[in-house]
Design a protein around this ligand. Sequence first.
Ligand SMILES: Cc1ncc(COP(=O)(O)O)c(C=O)c1O
Length: 270
Amino acid sequence: MHRSPSRLTESGKAFADDHPGSLGIAISEAVETAAQDPATKYALGSVLNHVLLHQTVIGQEAVLQLAKAGEDSVDLVVGCAGGGSNFAGLAFPFLREKLAGRLSPRVLAVEPSSCPTLTRGEYRYDFGDTAGLTPLMKMHTLGHDFVPSPIHAGGLRYHGMAPLVSHVVDQGLVEATALHQRECFEAAIEFARTQGVVPAPEASHALAQVRREALAAREAGTSPVIVVGLSGHGLLELGAYEAFLAGRLEDDPLSDDDLAEALRGVPAVG
Ligand SMILES: Cc1ncc(COP(=O)(O)O)c(C=O)c1O
């Protein structure tokens, strides 16, 4: 196993040793390695539409579990979105139910304010990796050479978004919002204390948004049924929790200038 950017590929060597890396760079390194070795195959873990569909087992089970629990309505479905796979895996079966008129939830994707692909990116063709080795995909993008600040939700540090997730956001079927990491860690700690599960920093984005929604509902005197995706545990991320509790974590929103600069790298198509 090697950290990215590594010294083993041309895509990795293009960056300095202390570079914070990104999912886009790691994908370039993996594609480059696989392309040069006939015995090596590369399977992308997120972003591509078939990966999203594969993960819909999550939402299909959730729909059945709610029915079994006697819930005949769902008001809100929330997941974090990096490349889009856990979000779509949970949300798409609920969207199916919504489009068929059987359920009518709001569906909401949550991303980091420092990597706000759906909320501030442009919907256009771009590469899925930093070096431009993948085919072009129509998606929300911050620009394939955008390097997100090194927040702890590493799995959300991706410049693009799966084309199917981008499409349903573009169609208005799914809402998107962006949160800062300190609010997410606060919500994650509250979740760990009340539920006994330490969430992954990625999942904490969904939990923080759900906390907002639940508090607003309490204020309004309503009791919505909310489904939230807990995309992973945080037991390998205790250093991030330690940094948060020691007051060392910063919020690092993307500036308009940095966004405009990153978008300049998106290829002109058509
Ligand atoms: C725990 C966790 N949640 C969410 C994600 C985001 O990926 P995706 O948007 O494909 O679900 C990752 C990615 O590595 C992850 O590790």
